[in-house]
Write a protein that binds this ligand. Sequence first.
Ligand SMILES: O=C(O)CCC(=O)C(=O)O
Ligand SMILES: [Mn+2]
Length: 194
Amino acid sequence: MSENLLPGEGEAYFYGDFFGQEESDRWLASLREEITWKQEPIRIFGKWRMQPRLTALYGNPRIPYTYSRLEMRANPFTPTLAEIRERLMAFCGEEFTHVLLNLYRDGRDSMGWHRDNEPSLGPLPLIASVSLGDTREFQLRHYAGKKPKIKLPLTHGSLLLMKGSTQTHWEHQIPKTAKQVGERINLTFRVIKA
Ligand SMILES: O=C(O)CCC(=O)C(=O)O
Ligand SMILES: [Mn+2]
């Protein structure tokens, strides 16, 4: 068992070598090809712009999912996604219905401060976040106080679990970096309450 990274409210657990090197390499290569990656527009402070990364949503197509005010239609799980989902369900004991995928092409791609607090996730969501490819720094900060910042390098084959009231009290981001970094794929498995 890993220790809770969050002081106070919320729970986050990190498992650096959750998946093996061979399967992580295989999944990175297959997801690169079998996922239909898209760059979607997003509205920030009233302005429309393109998201600085590629995204995709897979899962149960009968359960609709609204993310960042974008209604996304899920594609059915691919064989690779089904394989990863099985492993996470065995570990977490949770029936994940959806996975949101992000492809960060290089250090200019990013995801800004946010909480995964869509009403469809329920008040205490379990989010299982799998990282493949180059390491990027994940940051957490308290939503009300905006500090202190917790910094966590998300490595190839790692798993981060966020649960309990984390999404109420903490926000997270993947900042841009000037470091020379290659592609990274992140998968966040979620349970959408229909
Ligand atoms: O890329 C990551 O590790 C974070 C992704 C994330 O926060 C999200 O998809 O909501
Ligand atoms: Mn998130």
